[in-house]
Write a protein that binds this ligand. Structure first.
Ligand code: MAN
Length: 542
């Protein structure tokens, strides 16, 4: 009972507090924000701040909630929705829900929310103010140093609006010059290629003519050879019995090569060279084989004479000589090597093919060896090649400048900050190494997550927009529409920009699956205003 009396007395005594501020005497109500004091005039009835009710002033802070908005009880916990103002002298005044008042927990640093309880609150406002001051000083120093660095970056960059425009103008000039040069080179190339093609065409025609003549002569030789081979009795006619020995020409291998079958090939009982040439040769040349030679007694191999000292020293053999010598030994060997029937048959079979396949073989040699161009054509080809190289060289330069112009134009459409201050980092890439991944952000372009194990890259977002709070939209960057998460949303990333001396990414997180956040420290985010406040005030007015 006695305790309650003292508490109430204390409440009444504390109801009004006088604060001395210079010469001005100001009466403040407990828990009322300084800015709202004019609404609480003790000599007048009080109107709830939402205008819903007017009550005698004595009802204010009487621990009974009259106003719906709780404005009649700023200093008590009577209203669930009221707000208590902690004056926090020496630090910042703060608002707390008024039901925190007297709940036994010190919420205000000056302990004013626990005025009616026995809880003893230490006044921590001074300590907080000191901490705040220290962190503010550190921030100011950081921004001051960062601003210097930012100035250097901006001064040395050509990628700001003006630098970019200047560069663009220069490149466009270069492009015009190159375009003209490219056209000239193209025309030159066209002209020399006409000459080159004409010379090559001429060469091709000559080669074809030569080849045709060679083919005709080759066929003729083969034809004569075959005729002589068939004409075993030498009467300049090929008769039925001469051809009948060549059973390989029998298309019907089931029965013997009959006289009728041979006659149907010859077209008569015998043919002369002319008839053979026009009607028979082409018909049989592919299947024709020479008959085996009759067995001759094997001659004793004649030993080669010992080379004389003279011939060894005076005659140094050419490459051709070596090739000829090789042929010679092969022939010599074949003349005495084969001893039994099988070997002979095998060798003979190989030999008998020679005539029938020689045309094809010769043709193959013709086709595979490209005839060499004559000197004039070679010279024209060299000139044309040179013209093509020059044309491609200029073309490459032209394309590279064209791409640079396109990139610069694309860059000029980027919103690079209120003062274009983020221009220098457009398209610049920064990496952040983490245990499992490397995160790579190419500013205003793409953000990737690169797996360190497998090396696979996942796009976690494409540049989207600035997305900071309304009053500071350039605080955060949004990269969206990345690779879709399995059973989830497309990946996305928020980059928070922070003042720092070095440009680097820090503190990557994935607060929600496939939604990433990262901090980008850069001098470009340092603020002149924060930096200069330190120059004008040494301490903060709380
Ligand atoms: C990969 C990474 C992770 C992501 C999962 C989702 O492992 O991109 O960041 O959380 O896929 O499946």
């Amino acid at each position: 009972m006695m305790f309650l009396f003292y508490v109430n007395l204390a409440t009444i005594l504390c109801f009004f507090t006088s604060i001395s501020n210079g010469n001005i005497q100001q009466t403040v109500l407990r828990g009322v924000q300084t800015s709202l004091l004019s609404m609480y005039i003790p000599s007048k009835p009080f109107t709830c701040l939402d205008g819903s009710l007017t009550i005698p002033f004595e009802f204010v802070n009487d621990d009974y909630c009259d106003c719906q908005d709780g404005s009649d009880e700023p200093g008590t916990s009577a209203c669930p929705n009221g707000q208590f103002f902690c004056e926090n002298k020496g630090y910042f005044g703060t608002l707390i829900p008024s039901h925190f008042v007297g709940d036994g927990v010190c919420d205000c640093c000056d302990g004013s929310d626990e005025y009616e309880t026995i809880i003893v609150c230490n006044n921590t406002c001074f300590e907080l103010a000191q901490k705040f001051q220290a962190s503010r000083d550190a921030q100011r120093a950081l921004h001051a140093a960062g601003v210097e660095k930012k100035k250097q970056i901006l001064a040395s960059t050509t990628t700001n609006k003006f630098g970019r425009q200047k560069h663009l103008d220069e490149l466009e000039q270069d492009l015009k010059i190159l375009e003209k040069e490219l056209k000239e080179k193209e025309e030159l190339k066209r002209q020399v290629e006409i000459l080159e093609n004409a010379a090559k065409e001429k060469h091709k025609k000559l080669c074809e003519e030569k080849r045709t003549m060679q083919d005709v002569s080759l066929r003729n030789n083969q034809m004569h050879e075959m005729f002589a081979d068939l004409d075993t009795n030498g009467d300049s006619l090929i008769s039925i019995d001469e051809l009948q020995k060549h059973t390989e020409l029998d298309t019907n291998q089931q029965n013997e090569f009959t006289i009728e079958e041979v006659r149907s090939i010859l077209g008569s009982d015998s043919v002369n060279l002319n008839e053979f040439n026009t009607t028979i040769f082409d018909q049989i040349s592919n299947s024709y084989r020479q008959l085996p030679e009759p067995t001759r007694p094997t001659p004793e191999p004649t030993p080669l004479p010992e080379p004389s000292i003279d011939s060894m020293t005076t005659q140094s053999p050419s490459l051709e000589t070596f090739i000829d010598e090789e042929d010679l030994t092969t022939h010599t060997r074949s003349s005495y090597k084969y001893e039994d029937e099988d070997d002979y048959e095998e060798d003979h079979h190989r030999e008998s093919k020679t005539l029938a396949t020689s045309i094809e073989h010769e043709k193959h040699i013709h086709d595979s060896v490209a005839p060499e161009y004559d000197d004039e054509t070679k010279k024209l080809m060299e000139i044309a090649e040179e013209a093509r190289n020059r044309y491609h060289e200029i073309g490459e330069k032209f394309l590279s400048i064209k791409h640079q112009i396109e990139d610069l134009k694309k860059q000029s459409t980027v919103d690079a900050g209120p003062h274009d201050e983020y221009s220098p980092i457009i398209d610049q890439c920064f990496d952040y190494e983490e245990r499992e991944y490397t995160y790579r952000i190419c500013m205003f372009k793409t953000a990737k997550q690169i797996s360190k194990g497998g090396g696979s890259e996942v796009i976690i977002g494409y540049w989207d927009s600035w997305c900071g709070p309304k009053d500071n939209k350039y605080l955060k960057m949004k990269y969206s529409n990345g690779a879709t998460c399995w059973n989830g949303p497309p990946r996305s990333l928020i980059v928070t920009l922070q003042c720092g001396i070095e440009q680097k990414l820090t503190d990557v997180r994935e607060p929600s699956r496939c939604e990433y956040t990262i901090i980008f420290e850069t001098p470009l985010a340092c603020d002149e205003n924060i930096a200069t406040t330190s120059l004008h005030s040494d301490h903060v007015e709380f």
